[in-house]
Design a protein around this ligand. Structure first.
Ligand code: HEC
Length: 277
C-alpha cells in the first residue's frame, strides 16, 4: 500500500515537473511558456500592491483603452481601491455619456458619474474589427482569468515582442510574439520605455509599465482577492481554535471511559460452583 502510494505520488510529481519544464515541438502552436514572476498577490497570504493598481489604471486609460473595453468595471469600483472618491468623480467627468430622455423626449450628453461604466472605445464588435484589420480586441475585465498562465502570460505577451526567427513568415498586419499561441498576433507592441509618465515618479521602463497594467487587470478580474485572503486568515484562526477546543472537550468527556479499568475476578472454584436458580 505504502509503496504504491509513494509510486503514484512520485510519478505524478515527475510528470508535472516534466510537463512544466520541457520544450517540445508543439511550442510554436501553444505559445512559449511564460516565466514565473513574483507578483505579491500570487502568494498564499499575499495581497495587491495598490500603488501598482493605480499606476496600472493610468496605463490602461492612456494606452489600452484606445482599443480594449473594460465592461465589468464601473468608475465607483475604483473608489478606495486606488483613488479617492473625489479623484474618481473628476476622472469620470472628463468623459461624456448619453442619457435621457429629457422632458421633451430627447437624449442628451452629460459628464460621467460614479455609476457609469469605464467608456468603451468602440460602439460594437463590427466597429472594433473594422478598426483593427478584422481582429477583435477582447474585453480586458476578466482577461487574467481567461488565459492559461494568467498574469505571467499577459506580462510575457506585452513585453515579449521580437523579430521572427529565420524561416518564419508573418503575414502583413500581424506581429510576431512567441508567447501568443501560433506566434502571429494582430495587436502590435504598444509598451515601450517612457510611453507613460507616472505621477508618483516610478521609473517608466516598459517592464515596469507592463507589470503595473497586469496588476491592474488582475485586480479587475478578482477585485475580491484582498478581502478573500483577509477572511481566509480569520477563518483559519477561528476554525483551528475551534478544532483545538473540540478536541480538548472530547478528551475531557471521554476520560472517564478511556481511563476506566474493567476487571473481572472470578471466584477460585467458579467452574465447580453449582448454579443457583
Ligand atoms: C491599437 C489597438 C490596441 C491597443 C492600444 C492595445 N491592444 Fe491589446 N489587442 C488588440 C487586438 C486587435 C487584439 C487581438 C489580437 C489577436 O487576436 O490577434 C488584442 C489582444 C490583446 C490581448 C489578448 C491576447 C490573447 O491571448 O488572446 C491582451 C491580453 C491584450 N490585447 C492586452 C492589451 C493591453 C494590456 C494593452 C495596453 C497596454 C493593449 N492590449 C493595447 C489591440 C490593441
Amino acid at each position: 500500500m505504502g509503496v504504491s502510494v509513494a509510486t503514484a505520488v512520485g510519478s505524478g510529481a515527475s510528470l508535472y515537473y516534466l510537463n512544466k519544464n520541457s520544450a517540445h515541438a508543439n511550442m510554436e502552436a501553444e505559445g512559449l511558456h511564460p516565466a514565473d514572476h513574483p507578483f505579491p498577490q500570487k502568494n498564499l497570504f499575499g495581497t495587491f500592491d495598490h500603488a501598482s493598481i493605480r499606476r496600472g489604471f493610468q496605463v490602461f486609460k492612456e494606452v489600452c483603452a484606445a482599443c480594449h473595453s473594460l465592461d465589468l468595471i464601473y468608475w465607483r469600483n475604483l473608489v478606495d481601491v486606488a483613488y479617492t472618491e473625489e479623484e474618481v468623480r473628476e476622472m469620470a467627468a472628463e468623459y461624456e455619456y448619453e442619457d435621457g430622455p429629457n422632458d421633451v423626449g430627447e437624449m442628451f450628453m452629460r459628464p460621467g458619474k460614479l455609476t457609469d461604466p469605464i467608456p468603451r472605445p468602440y460602439p460594437n464588435e463590427e466597429a472594433a474589427r473594422a478598426a483593427n484589420a478584422g481582429a477583435l480586441p477582447p474585453d480586458l475585465s476578466l482577461i487574467t482569468k481567461a488565459r492559461h498562465g494568467g498574469v505571467d502570460y499577459i506580462y510575457a505577451l506585452l513585453t515579449g515582442y521580437c523579430d521572427p526567427p529565420a524561416g518564419v513568415e508573418i503575414r502583413e498586419g500581424l506581429n510576431y510574439n512567441p508567447y501568443f499561441p501560433g506566434g502571429a498576433i494582430a495587436m502590435a507592441q504598444n509598451l515601450f520605455d517612457g510611453v507613460v509618465e507616472f505621477e508618483d515618479g516610478t521609473e517608466n521602463t516598459a517592464s515596469q509599465i507592463a507589470k503595473d497594467v497586469v496588476t491592474f487587470l488582475n485586480w479587475s478580474a478578482e477585485p475580491e482577492l484582498d478581502d478573500r485572503k483577509k477572511i481566509g486568515v480569520k477563518a483559519l484562526l477561528l476554525f483551528s481554535t475551534l478544532t483545538a477546543i473540540s478536541l480538548w472537550i472530547k478528551r475531557n468527556r471521554w476520560q472517564t471511559l478511556k481511563t476506566r479499568k474493567v476487571v473481572f475476578n472470578p471466584p477460585k472454584d467458579w467452574t465447580n460452583t453449582p448454579r443457583k436458580h
